[in-house]
Ligand binder design. Sequence first.
Ligand code: SF4
Ligand code: SF4
Length: 424
Amino acid sequence: MAKLAYEETFDCVQCGYCLPACPTYLTMGKETHSPRGRINLVKMAAEGKITYDELDGPINLCLGCRACEVVCPTNVQYGKILESAKDYIQEEKKKEMPKRVKMFQDFVFYKAIPNNKMLKTAGSGIALYQKTGLQKVAHKLKATRVLPENLRSFEKILPDVEGPSNRKKRQEFYPAKLRPSFKIGFFVGCVMDTMFSDINTRSMKLLQLAGCDVTVIKEQTCCGALQAHAGETEITKQLAKENIQAFERYDFDYIVNSIGGCGAMLVEYDKLLADEPEWNDRAKRFAERNVDISVILGQLQLPFTKEINKVVTYQPSCHMSNVQKRVKEPFDMLKSIPGITYLELPNKNMCCGSAGIYNIVNYDESMDVLNEKMKHVNKVSPEVIVTTNPGCHLQMKLGVEREGYSDRIEVVHIVELLAEACGI
Ligand code: SF4
Ligand code: SF4
């Protein structure tokens, strides 16, 4: 049975230092939607003072950005408390869930999201929709009005998805252009490799250029982040074990990704499997070898060939900063690009409101957080907003579109700028 992280709630001394760092407290203004309030509610649920459905609303509306954890003076393990609450709520909900709904959920989380072929087919469908002009016709005829508002918004800002012929050009091995410094296993991710597969390919080419042998192994699967956010711990553990088994067959120095959110899940596999002794060491070894691309590129030399003469700001991914604790590395990479003028985004550490599928399932609340973010973007008026995670990328694109800035502000992944400056 799912166990709430009750003991951990006692680490909270109710000081409230975390309140100004919490985006949902900022936008909703309620104690129950602050870290301190949520910790209290988890404690009360564990003591049987409130029911799981009273806990559900405040927990469901938490972004999981973990900004509260970073500022907490007593090191409250908010992530652990949150995951335990999600797990508990999901388990209780499943008891009342019709069997068909439960089977559908299991299918989505275990079969559909991690299924490479299914995602590639979906990606090909989107590419077809975009490249045959169907998207333009649909917009002209206002046919997308039949979609609910959340999907309609994201349909407008879909990136150019690569078709199957382009994706087939991806090599399974990119040999180092220089004497190899590191042997890299590249983690492609599910959503990332469907919507932004080109960024993955350019990541591999950058690593190759910097002197790494890069291999994409077929046996890898979904990191489990979306499943973990939904409280599906058993499925998450299963996916983690599949990834550990897949990568440990190879002798890689590092496992590298360009996805802030997935990277955060991968580096916490040891915590996820902490209660399974036979997996402890293997999970720890796997987690330690997983790093963001900026960590590797920062140790090597990229042969820049072009200046990027643009005014650039940076929206860090919460999971990159607060969970992976990679704050300096992506920032240093960005500042190393020749020609850029960097402007600091005020309150840049506040979440953009993307948070996995939060912006789809809690659309209105997510847009409130995004509006706060865009107030800060307005203060710096950049030409380019740089991100390091596909979710943040789409959310910032949506923010730019909602403000009517699409013709003057570009949203890019840091890899795109680095690749351009290296002539890739
Ligand atoms: S979580 Fe940390 S910062 Fe927030 S109220 Fe509790 S002790 Fe204070
Ligand atoms: S994880 Fe983010 S949204 Fe959730 S309580 Fe902490 S700061 Fe607030």
